[in-house]
Design a protein around this ligand. Structure first.
Ligand code: DC
Length: 216
C-alpha cells in the first residue's frame, strides 16, 4: 500500500508522515531528503546548479535511502542537509528535469513492493499517481513561517520572522511554478489544513479515514 503525503514546506508533512508510518508499521520515505542530498553535494563542491553541470554530477553520484536515513555516495548525510543555504539550493536543483527523472525512478524503486508512506511535493501527481491514499497537507504561509521561526528559535538558531517568511514565500513560488512536477494538489488528494489542528489529530484523522471511519 502506498500513502502519498504532499504539501508545501512547514505544513507539518514530516511529522505527520513519520507518526503515520509508525502507527501503521509502514516504511517512511522522505523524498525531500534525496533532493537535499544532491543539493548538499553541489553546494559543497561548488558545482553550479544548471542542467548540464548537474547531469555530469549525477553520473558519479549515488543516493540511497533506508531506515529513515539518507545516504550520499555511501555516507549518511541525514543531519547535514537541513540548513537554510541547502534548502535554497534544493529548491533550485529540484526544478531540473534530469534530477526529477532520476529521483522519481529511485523513489519508485525504493517503495516497490512495500507498504510505505512517502512524503514530498509530487508523490500523488507524478511518482505514484495510483497511490492508495493521497493527502495534501497545508496551512497559510504566515502560519508555516511562524512555526519554522519558532523551531529555529527553539534550536537556538538566530532568525527573524520576516526573513523566514520571505524565504518561505520564495520557496513556495519556486516549487509551485517550476515546469517539471510542480507542487500541486492531486485532484483526488484529500486536503488538510493544519493551521487549526494539532498534528497528532491530523494523524488520527488520517488513520480513521484509512480505516473507513471518514472524519475528514
Ligand atoms: O520537504 P523538504 O522541505 O525537505 O523539501 C526540500 C525541497 O525539495 C523543496 O524545495 C521541494 C523539493 N522537493 C521536491 O521538489 N519534490 C519532492 N518530492 C520533495 C521535495
Amino acid at each position: 500500500m502506498i500513502i502519498a503525503i504532499d504539501g508545501p514546506s512547514g505544513a507539518g508533512k514530516s511529522t505527520v508522515a513519520k507518526l503515520l508510518s509508525k502507527e501503521l508499521g509502514f516504511e517512511y520515505i522522505d523524498t525531500g531528503a534525496m533532493y537535499r542530498a544532491l543539493a548538499y553535494k553541489a553546494y559543497n563542491q561548488g558545482i553550479e546548479i544548471n542542467e548540464s553541470q548537474i547531469e555530469e554530477m549525477l553520473k558519479t553520484t549515488h543516493i540511497d535511502y533506508h531506515d529513515n536515513q539518507i545516504y550520499l555516495d555511501g555516507k549518511n548525510v541525514e543531519n547535514l542537509i537541513r540548513e537554510e543555504a541547502i534548502s535554497i539550493a534544493t529548491s533550485k536543483i529540484s526544478a531540473l528535469k534530469v534530477v526529477r527523472e532520476k529521483m522519481v525512478e529511485l523513489q519508485r524503486r525504493i517503495a516497490a513492493n512495500k507498504n510505505a508512506v512517502l512524503e514530498g511535493r509530487d508523490i500523488g501527481t507524478v511518482v505514484f499517481p495510483d497511490a492508495d491514499y493521497k493527502f495534501f497537507i497545508t496551512a497559510p504561509v504566515e502560519e508555516r513561517a511562524r512555526r519554522r521561526y519558532e523551531q529555529l528559535k527553539a534550536s537556538n538558531i538566530e532568525a527573524d520572522y520576516d526573513s523566514v517568511l520571505r524565504d518561505m514565500k520564495r520557496r513556495d513560488q519556486n516549487d509551485s511554478t517550476r515546469e517539471y512536477a510542480p507542487l500541486k494538489k492531486a485532484e483526488d488528494a484529500i486536503l488538510i489544513d493544519t493551521s487549526r489542528m494539532e498534528l497528532k489529530d491530523v494523524v488520527k484523522a488520517i488513520t480513521g479515514y484509512i480505516g473507513g471511519n471518514n472524519v475528514l
